[in-house]
Design a protein around this ligand. Structure first.
Ligand SMILES: [Zn+2]
Length: 430
């Protein structure tokens, strides 16, 4: 019977840690539900099982991180790993196990089910739509997280992309993590525990669950088992996605995603001069913009329509005109949020393209070195091999480095068009 951890591909160690923690959390709850000890109850008429729980908690967050892998439950966790390794999948699965009525993450009980479908009343998810998570959002969340869990188990707060917290939001979160309400659990997801991603003070209060990049074989196995994808398709998309589970699934099921990848992988053979290099840069940026626009268009329109309905747009009665004037600010806010989200979507789309391109030059390099490793892109392996022969290992490496430098530059806020043009010129010159 597959439980809530079944989709965490190739993460045996992390799953082991989380299972133990969930069992320990369930034991904490069972202890709290036992009749209060007669002495305590007699001595203190205000005796509260939550206080008893706080006393019994095997690893209260005030003790700092529990580095002993045998230690049980704690109040704050950070899931780290490369994109696509399943950070948020792991956080959700753990949340489900905490809410599971059997305490194991059985995958079928109402606690598991509602958590996984995102409707559990005591599980809140923060996912930044734009480039950062603001302080207002974080304060509201921390406040609600302090309330008693309605389901009688845990209040769980999942923060996806905790590396995108603004400084002020990080401080609001830190306060909550430092003095956690007894039944509140914070689950943070971030690429790493580097201070650029998570502040040292927050990190010091959290237990870290590192996730690794799953092997192509593990990803392929899951695509076959869970999504019913044909084994040969599963194998090539798993390799092409370079350990990114979501990307592999999209390549298998979405012809447009495959088309975009084909276009990216056609770039290396089209670079015949300065003009074609600049054209290729334009095409890459344009494709990322179009992909991002398609990704956010539906949500944007729905949000705009909902806000206009809420503000009574289209009303003709007295006061409708005044309401419309007053609502201009709210519309402006919404547009700002949507613009930030669109920028993020564009960067994500561009980054996926760059990762594909890096895979091609990596294949050229390994082929030039005659390294006994499987290619990332099986469908362009012959082309990469020809490139490797022509460029020699040094030339292939220079090109791979040009792609990686472009990603780093965009991450450091260089204008994408400038970074991509510089990369294309380097790829052409070699
Ligand atoms: Zn369950």
């Amino acid at each position: 019977m597959p439980d809530v951890f079944a989709d965490l591909v190739g993460q045996d160690e992390a799953v082991d840690t989380l299972r133990r923690a969930a069992a320990s959390a369930a034991a904490v709850l069972r202890a709290a539900h036992l009749p209060a000890p007669a002495v305590a109850a007699a001595a203190d008429p205000e005796y509260d099982e939550l206080d008893a729980l706080a006393d019994d908690d095997p690893a209260p967050a005030t003790d700092g991180p529990a580095d002993d892998p045998g230690a049980g439950m704690t109040h704050a966790w950070i899931f780290t790993g490369p994109p696509g390794s399943g950070r948020s999948v792991a956080a959700r699965a753990f949340a489900a196990a905490l809410q599971c009525v059997h305490g194991t993450g059985c995958g079928t009980c109402p606690g598991c089910h509602t958590t996984l479908t995102g409707t559990h009343a005591d599980v809140r998810l923060v996912a930044p739509e734009g480039l950062s998570i603001g302080v207002g959002e974080m304060r509201a969340l921390v406040l609600r997280a302090a309330s008693t869990p309605s389901g009688g188990r845990w209040q769980v707060v999942i923060i996806e992309d905790a590396d995108r917290l603004t400084e002020a939001a990080g401080n609001a979160l830190l306060k909550a993590v430092e003095e956690p309400p007894p039944r509140t659990v914070f689950l943070l997801c971030a690429p790493s525990t580097h201070p650029d991603d998570v502040s040292v003070t927050i990190r010091s209060r959290c237990r870290v669950v590192p996730l690794r990049q799953p092997s192509a074989a593990a990803v392929a196995e899951m695509l076959v088992r869970r999504d019913g994808i044909a084994p040969d398709v599963a194998q090539w998309v798993a390799a092409a996605a370079q350990g990114h589970v979501g990307r592999a699934r999209r390549l298998a099921g979405d012809p447009e995603a495959r088309g975009r990848r084909d276009a990216v992988l056609a770039v290396p053979r089209r670079l015949t001069g300065v003009g074609t290099a600049l054209d290729a840069a334009s095409a890459l940026i344009g494709a990322a913009e179009a992909e991002a626009e398609a990704a956010v268009a539906e949500t944007d329109a729905a949000e705009r329509a909902a806000l206009q309905t809420a503000l009574g747009a289209g009303g003709t009665g007295r006061g409708a005109a005044g309401a419309t004037r007053g609502s201009a600010g709210q519309l402006k806010d919404l547009e700002k949020r949507q613009k930030s989200r669109a920028t993020r979507a564009q960067r994500d789309a561009l980054d996926r393209a760059l990762v594909d391109l890096a895979g091609f030059y990596r294949d050229a390099l390994t082929s030039a070195l005659r390294a006994p490793v499987a290619p990332v892109h099986t469908d362009t392996a012959a082309l990469a091999e020809a490139g490797g022969q022509k460029w020699a290992p040094e030339g292939a490496l220079r090109r791979l480095e040009a792609v990686l430098a472009c990603r780093a530059a965009i991450e450091a806020n260089v204008k994408p068009r400038i970074a991509v043009e510089a990369m294309m010129l380097s790829l052409w010159r070699g």
